[in-house]
Design a protein around this ligand. Structure first.
Ligand code: MG
Length: 378
């Protein structure tokens, strides 16, 4: 399918912060994707928590498998809409690079530790990873990605952080948060693909863990309508296959809904360029009915899974690990690797070091420095 005028075109990218010759065999966004896949931060995603801690089971999603699912969903929707698949893939694979160990508990705790020092926000951290923290190239810090990939990675940003970004890079990726404009369609799509992916896989992981049941899930319209449909067509189906088939149908319904609703929005807005997309209201969207169903499912997962006593207990221990590590490194920077210890901006150096840790590295490091083993896997 030929790319549409509203799709990002790698040949017309707004470029990289450090200009480089065009790649001979790949597009600019393929090069971004490849740089992300080869980064250290990407390999760490395999040992970082999505909802369940990495050691709680081998079959739960990790940040890595989550990112792959977002890329897969994003690419298929992009293909149907005539958007740039390579850019969607690059953004999806990089979107969680800045996540701390222990999921949202880790991020919230690190944010509290950084109170008065600029805070901690995982989207901004993902950008820091690709802009400066990766050390792989002789000519520059970071991965020197294209503007459009960086634009997509910075999904949210507070006004104060946007002003800092704008001061360092006028008219750059922070500008839209001050102007109230949108990113390109590929970035908009990744946000929605992220939501579709985690709603579905958290149901699967939640049931696998035993913390939620298929019977409880019947309270949510989105799951129940597809479970009923599955059982109507396959009355003898039992156990996991009912769950998987219901989730599969639910995913397809959301994908088709996004494609239809977005096509309609594009037909009405008729954006003739990526800049017209940026100036328009959001264009990648669910229909109002699906938005409502997705929201209800999200609320169900919050109530029954993310706030389940067992998850909350794990979360409390994870908070302690991050808090104690932060205090130890802040008071004794020499306990960090020399490159972090030598930095002038000590609190940020500590936050960068902790944010980069995998769950198991953070637990081991915490046990080594405090003598207390929390959340032990064995
Ligand atoms: Mg995500």
């Amino acid at each position: 399918m030929t790319a549409a005028p509203f799709a990002c075109d790698p040949a017309r990218s707004r470029g990289r912060r450090h200009p480089e010759p065009a790649p001979p065999t790949r597009t600019e966004y393929q090069r971004d994707r490849d740089r992300i896949v080869h980064s250290t931060a990407f390999r760490r995603l395999v040992y970082k928590t999505q909802v369940f801690l990495n050691h709680e089971g081998d079959l739960f999603r990790t940040r890595l498998t989550h990112s792959l699912e977002v890329a897969q969903l994003g690419r298929s929707i992009a293909r149907s809409l005539g958007l740039c698949e390579d850019l969607v893939e690059a953004i999806a694979l990089a979107h969680d690079l800045g996540h701390t160990p222990f999921g949202h508990a880790g991020q919230d705790t690190l944010n509290a530790c950084m109170d008065g020092h600029g805070g901690f926000e995982h989207n901004l951290q993902s950008l820091r990873v690709v802009d400066s923290l990766e050390e792989r190239y002789p000519q520059f810090d970071g991965l020197n990605l294209s503007f459009e990939t960086r634009e997509g990675i910075l999904k949210h940003c507070s006004a104060s952080n946007a002003r800092k970004l704008e001061a360092a890079e006028p008219g750059g990726v922070g500008a839209r948060f001050l102007a109230g404009t949108q990113p390109g369609l590929e970035a908009q799509l990744c946000n929605l693909a992220d939501e579709i992916a985690y709603n579905a896989h958290d149901i699967d992981d939640g049931v696998r863990s035993g913390l939620i049941t298929v019977e409880q899930l019947a309270q949510t319209e989105l799951f129940e309508m597809h479970r009923e449909e599955t059982l109507r067509e396959h009355p003898a189906l039992q156990g996991r296959r009912v769950l998987y088939e219901s989730i599969r149908r639910m995913l397809s319904a959301q994908v088709f809904d996004v494609i239809d609703a977005t096509r309609a929005a594009l037909a009405q807005a008729q954006p003739a360029s990526v800049d017209a997309v940026r100036a328009s209201a959001p264009l990648v969207m669910f229909s109002p009915a699906m938005r409502q169903r997705s929201l209800a499912l999200k609320q169900f997962l919050h109530r029954n899974l993310y706030r389940h006593p067992q998850v909350v207990d794990t979360t409390a221990q994870a908070r302690r690990v991050v808090q104690e590590l932060f205090a130890i490194y802040r008071d004794q920077p020499a306990l960090m690797p020399p490159a972090h210890a030598a930095r002038a901006d000590l609190p940020r150096a500590v936050a960068d070091y902790i944010a980069g840790m995998t769950d198991r590295f953070a637990l081991r490091e915490h046990a080594r420095l405090t003598g207390t083993r929390l959340l032990a896997a064995d």
